[in-house]
Structures are given as structure tokens and as C-alpha cells.
Design a binder for this molecule. Structure first.
Ligand code: ADP
Length: 249
């Protein structure tokens, strides 16, 4: 596999003529957890969705392991924002995870015993096996998120994209999820996480992509978490700097 798992060049995306992200270029080496950070409305979710080929680009190029995104979509597992999921949908926990095995299954094949066993194993990894027959809507926020992480694992992807995975979940689920992401990273997988809370950035991420419609900075946590860089993106929202224990002179 290429060292460079993700390459983005001159990416522009707009909604009804309004630019949401513009002129984004970066590349990511495999085996990293990358945090996508930036203020509300900075285009973080838009960037993630464009990398998943879920929304059309105005311009730009996206390559996954040197191949066009359309060919590589199945190699990416996506955990959407919890608020965008219909939790009333009548489906059990185990069936939610089995769906993760579909990209590997071929068009007319139904999941068989092997896929269900793998789905149970993924549920075990997130500590949710005893909830396998529950309806997804009956779970707490943290439990639901763990099930979606299990579904992502079931896909056996090369890349994991998660949109605000820690919002509205308990501390122990957050710990379980970050540990699983670290384990995947250690196995050479690449993880992109949209995240709004800067205070955990140093603990959770290897690299940060700081966005405010344009790319403000992409680099190591030490390179990005500097007052002059953060201020540029947050433009006067100084409470963020205080949250990180930073002061600007
Ligand atoms: P973030 O994830 O950083 O909060 P988003 O990517 O959700 O930012 O949004 C970036 C910009 O695009 C915002 O101005 C937002 O209002 C706009 N936007 C996002 N989704 C849509 C949509 N489906 N239709 C129209 N505008 C949108």
C-alpha cells in the first residue's frame, strides 16, 4: 500500500452557490488518528462527506491510496453524527452491525453464519454483546455510538471516518471508542475524526486539520495547537484558547 493513504487537492464544495469549503489541499500518511477541528460552520462535516463521495465537488481531486474515491468507497467506514441517524428505525443491535459486513458481501449474497459471527465479535470488542437483540432505539447515546463503531469494524475498512463521535455519550463509552480507534491505528488503519472540543486534541489525535472554510493548518498537534494558529481559525473566540490553557499576548 502507498504510504500516502489520503490525498486532497484544491477541493471546493458549495451548497446552492454558497462556498462551504474552499481550496483545501493536504495529504495523510496511513496509520494516524487525525482530528478535524474548527469552529461551528467551518465545513468539517462537509469535508468529511466530500471525502466519502456523499456530496458533489465543485472542483478538486480526492485520492485514496492513489485511487479515485469512487473505487475506494468500500474501504471507508463512516460513523455519522448521532443527530443524523433515525433512532426510531426498527432494527436490532446485531442486525445493525451485520449491515457493516455488506460491502464485503457482493450484490446478491445474504449475510450468512460467518458474517453474523464476525458481527458478534465486533459487538464484543465494544462491550455490547449482551445487547445484541435489543432495538437500537432502546440504547443510551454511548451504547448506540459503540454499536455504530462495531458496525464500522465489521466492514474491515482501511479508513474510519467519524463525525463528532463523542458528543452526548458517557465517559466510559468515549474511552472504549478511543481505545478501539488507537488499536486500529496501531494496525496501520487511518482514522479521521471531526471533533469540536479542543481540550482533548492532544490526548486523542496524532495530527490535526484545522479548518475555517479554508485550511488554516494541517500538522502535528504541537504544530497546530499554538495560540497564533488557533486564533486565526477561531477569530476572536478566545474562550477556546482559555479552554486549552493558552494565552495570547
Ligand atoms: P461544521 O461541520 O464545521 O459545523 P458544516 O460542514 O456542517 O460545518 O457546514 C459548513 C457550511 O455549509 C455552513 O455554513 C452550513 O450552514 C452549510 N451547510 C452545511 N450543510 C448544508 C446543506 N445540506 N445545505 C445548505 N447548506 C449547508
Amino acid at each position: 500500500m502507498l504510504d500516502e493513504i489520503l490525498l486532497v487537492r484544491n477541493l471546493y464544495v458549495s451548497y446552492h452557490g454558497n462556498e462551504a469549503v474552499k481550496n483545501i489541499s493536504f495529504s495523510t500518511k496511513a496509520g494516524q488518528i487525525v482530528g478535524i477541528i474548527g469552529p461551528n460552520g467551518a465545513g468539517k462535516s462537509t469535508l468529511l462527506k466530500s471525502l466519502l463521495n456523499l456530496i458533489p465537488l465543485d472542483k478538486g481531486e480526492i485520492k485514496i491510496a492513489g485511487r479515485p474515491i469512487q473505487e475506494m468507497r468500500k474501504k471507508i467506514a463512516y460513523v455519522p453524527q448521532r443527530s443524523n441517524i433515525d433512532w426510531d428505525f426498527p432494527i436490532t443491535v446485531i442486525d445493525t452491525v451485520v449491515i457493516g459486513t455488506y460491502p464485503k458481501l457482493g450484490l446478491f449474497n445474504r449475510p450468512k453464519k460467518r458474517e453474523r459471527e464476525w458481527a458478534y465479535e465486533c459487538l464484543r470488542k465494544v462491550g455490547m454483546e449482551e445487547f445484541s437483540q435489543r432495538q437500537i432505539g432502546e440504547l443510551s447515546g454511548g451504547q448506540q455510538q459503540r454499536v455504530f463503531v462495531a458496525r464500522a469494524l465489521a466492514q474491515k475498512p482501511e479508513l474510519f471516518f467519524l463525525d463528532e463521535p463523542f458528543v452526548g455519550i458517557d465517559v466510559s463509552s468515549e474511552e472504549t471508542i478511543i481505545n478501539i480507534l488507537r488499536e486500529q491505528r496501531n494496525q496501520g488503519k487511518t482514522v479521521l475524526v471531526v471533533h469540536h472540543d479542543l481540550s482533548k486534541a492532544g490526548a486523542y489525535f496524532d495530527e490535526l486539520l484545522l479548518l475555517n472554510k479554508e485550511l488554516v493548518k494541517y500538522g502535528s498537534v504541537a504544530e497546530v495547537c499554538r495560540p497564533e494558529v488557533i486564533t486565526k481559525a477561531y477569530q476572536g473566540q478566545l474562550s477556546f484558547l482559555e479552554e486549552m490553557g493558552m494565552t495570547v499576548s
